[in-house]
Design a protein around this ligand. Structure first.
Ligand SMILES: [Zn+2]
Length: 144
């Protein structure tokens, strides 16, 4: 996001939310807070994204994140309302939802190439695949 003073202060305020997470031995909390605020300002797309990144860390981390960990989470947490991770270079080229895939199968009298659309194997593609499976109707086999 744009590194304005207001945005910088808002990022610093978000980083304050890590206050209850312990910092590793030997790490100066004040210095780490400054570096985390700078990283959040640099890598989060906007303040809403920054808030989602900090929320994700608070819900999953047991210690205060390093700068590298925070940057990783900004890449995993969606910058938009879909809640999906950012597309990788491979699926972004196809619009971020489907990628062209190919499989070779033995059909008895030789092999056949199958081309189809599938989910990418990046974090976004895996999340989309997970959602696909969640949307499958549940069949009650005991009563079929
Ligand atoms: Zn991908």
């Amino acid at each position: 996001m744009k590194p304005t003073e207001k945005q910088g202060q808002a990022c610093a305020k978000e980083v304050e939310r890590f206050g209850n997470l312990p910092v590793p031995f030997g790490v100066d909390r004040a210095t780490l807070k400054i570096e985390l605020s700078r990283a959040l300002l640099k890598y989060a797309k906007d303040l809403k994204h920054a808030g989602r990144v900090v929320q994700q860390i608070i819900e999953t981390a047991i210690v205060c994140p390093t700068v590298a960990e925070l940057i990783t989470v900004t890449r995993e947490v969606s910058a938009d309302a879909t809640g999906l991770p950012e597309p990788c270079n491979k699926c972004a080229a196809d619009g971020g939802y489907w990628v062209h895939q190919m499989a070779i199968k033995d059909v008895g009298f030789g092999t056949q190439e199958y081309h189809y659309s599938g989910r990418c194997n990046c974090a976004r593609g895996r999340e989309l695949g997970h959602r696909d499976r969640a949307e499958q109707p549940k069949i009650d086999y005991a009563h079929v």
